[in-house]
Design a protein around this ligand. Sequence first.
Ligand SMILES: *[C@@H]1O[C@H](CO)[C@@H](O)[C@H](O)[C@H]1NC(C)=O
Length: 916
Amino acid sequence: MAAIAAPRLLRAVPIVVLCSLLLHSTQHVLAFKEHEFKKCAQTSFCSRNRNVPQGANFEIIPASISLNTATLTATLLNKPYGKHLQLTLTSHADGFVRLMVDESPSVGRYQVPSDILISGWENKKQGFTENSRTASSITLTTGETKLELNFQPFTLAITVKGQPALQINSRNLFNFEHRRQKQDSDPAGYWEESWGGHTDSKPKGPEALSLDLVFPGFQHVYGIPERATSLSLRATNGAAPYGEPYRLYNLDVFEYLDDHPFGLYGSIPMMLAHKKGLTLGVLWLNSAEMFVDVVKERGQVGSQWVAESGIVDLFVFTAGSPAGVLAAYARLAGPSAMPQLFSLGYHQCRWNYKDEADVKAVDAGFDTHDIPYDVLWLDIEHTNGKRYLTWDSSLFPSPAPMQLDLASRGRRMVTIVDPHVKRDPGYYVFAEAEAAGHYVKNKYNTDFDGWCWPGSSSYLDVTSPAVRQWWAQQFTLDRYSGSTPHLYIWNDMNEPSVFNGPEITMPKDNLHAGGVEHRDTHNLYGVYYHMATAEGLQLRGQQADPQDGDRPFVLSRAFFTGTQRVGPIWTGDNAAQWSHLRVSVPMVLSLGLAGLPNVGADVGGFFGNPDAELLTRWYQLGAYYPFFRGHAHLETQRREPWLFGPEATARIRAAIRTRYSLLPYIYTLFRAANTSGQPILRPLWFEFPEHEELFAVDEEFLAGPAMLVKPVVAPGVGQVEVTLPGGARWYDAATGALVPPAAKTKSHRVQVTLDAIPVYYRGGHIVPRRERPRRSTAAQAADPLTLVVALDEQGGAEGELYMDDGRSFAFQRGGYLHRRFVFRSMKLVSSAQQVPAGGVPEGTLTLPVSIERVVFLGLPPSRRGYKAVVGGSRQAVPLEAGPLSLVAAPGAEAALVLRKPDLPVSHDWEVEIVAV
Ligand SMILES: *[C@@H]1O[C@H](CO)[C@@H](O)[C@H](O)[C@H]1NC(C)=O
């Protein structure tokens, strides 16, 4: 949760008084304290680089160019200063090129450590071919990518598959501030900068960089999360608040607004540009504070990226398609972790479940009301005085039996563990880390002391591998007292949040291992803390099962590139407002496009009290979030799903059951994320990249390739406009009814009730489901499956099913099954899915699970109906008109159902459908 009170208050008011103030405040008025955060104009490096006419200051020295297979190097001259830069351009077999620019000779500028990416990618190069060289330019090709490097001034134009894709420095906004000696004539802000009562000493002086990236012919760019704004990024030269550049600086933003360019808790400096025929990705791997301006003019999108320090390290993803760009990103930064199956169930959280009796009652409430859930969460109040990894012994006297009790019903517990450590010599974590010198230092090189939940706190220096290793060891069962193998972790406040720091974070002149300034590494703090915690759970799992281990589950709030390999994030402290429900969709989609698919927003909204309608609509949408958790602020009224009357309870139950019924499909989507970086939720254009009219749609989305979801984001709505992409077939997922097909994308007016939101199956796809209502994922493990076969215009459909033990790493040794289903020429065939390239072993798992129903949508009318002949057998079974789902409303009979074919999920089989 966010800084609950303004930091100024916290400094002045004793904590006891403060708490009682908070508990007694009745009306909660949302207030984003804009003045607590810096704007570009209040930030020296941003204001001096933003829109400053640079002139043609940078030139390549032609004689310096050297080309060696996949690497071109050249000297770049900064003319006004007579200084040199080293430019390196490399081509990689994995679908990207890389541009690096650093000072020459090197002055030891900060570079993002290699463990933020995966290992081995640097060796997979793909040679350049030199096409032409003149006194003013050199042209190279690699695969289908062409690069034209112009010398005076320096520009680089990239063409992909014959289409202009990217221009670097075509507007001459490139800039590079060389390290320098202090001069008397230096303007204010160069060497010291004060803001909000804090002074940043800036010992290295100005060292900012500016990148000028133009996407020719593109109208839309996406990505650079995290912020609450539209999917297609708006220009930043517009009316307030869109006159400010997008900011990438991980911050604990109290009560953020739902429509604002401001940067929130995490940053991924990855942008996608998309037009008909081409998708391009760019990643500037830099962990310092960054601002990104977007302008849209003359049929192109221009962007200027300004970073406070570091080097230019730009990756350009040239695969050409949306899926290809994200697959290439995954080959560089790693694919998303395969989650435990339980973590894809529903999570019940609140600040705070008060004590063991409360935990028992909430857990029992789910069973009493027949609502499935998998995980119960404990926020900061479960600890002994905010000393993480300890328990409040009066509220939680027997934490291990409590967890074992939950586990006896197949459920898990999550506790919160934050990176600030209470400065209490009697607290073992504090004392050990202090003795070992594991804390971040202030500018005087003594342990930094900042204010957070426990009061005076130290912060683990997780940028150091040794500190991460030590931190990981704290999670073994013998170290974390009161923990059991059923306990998983939540990392909050890891931006890091420092209540009395500048902008509620750490001073930039704080020092990390190796004398690195916090300025350089700020945006990495969160991912490193998350990584170290997940390594802790991995270690615990290895101790229990040295061969297969236990996949970690750690939720984080702060993130960066690389977080996708560690675990999920959530979108932080949202509010119980319709606008926050609405903006959660573009937020989740943007994160997926930036290679971080396992995300969700707090269902119900963290601040404030949702009414039954808002809460119901939120569950109906949340059932499709990759990470599905209800959470609420300390001051809010209780809102467990059964507290809003029997009708709301029934609707929320149905929404959560929908989620559980889709888990076979969702888990299969996570496998695609795990092998090839594909997002779970996708903007419509991701699947229909040629449909220009969809490029800005962000009020609806696709869950994987096969389902379209239209959330209802306003109260009292009786009908909604649903945009259905043209040229595809769409079937109402509640009734199975075919929407009249249209060649062009159409907006359909659809009646809605409070019972459900509009969801559609996409023709041409097969979706595996599990229909039997159960109380948790564990209870579903042996359940049979249903296949929904939604036919396209040609009467065909395809789909996949991935299954494994749902918890260990055995799948990496082949302990999984992955089936491919194809329906063509009236024959449904199950075969082994081909193994993706890249060292994934063949699946060898067989499971005693069968397919109990096959539901066909869109079979052509047949006067006397159809029968099915199951492979080998001579018996034909009639298809029956019947409800789409076992739990579907009566009357929903547009589907033809094959009942009880008992097809073994692990084996090859065929089913032929014949007209009677
Ligand atoms: C999939 O997820 C696992 C577990 O997080 C991870 O170790 C692995 O690198 C990921 N990718 C593949 C291809 O298995």
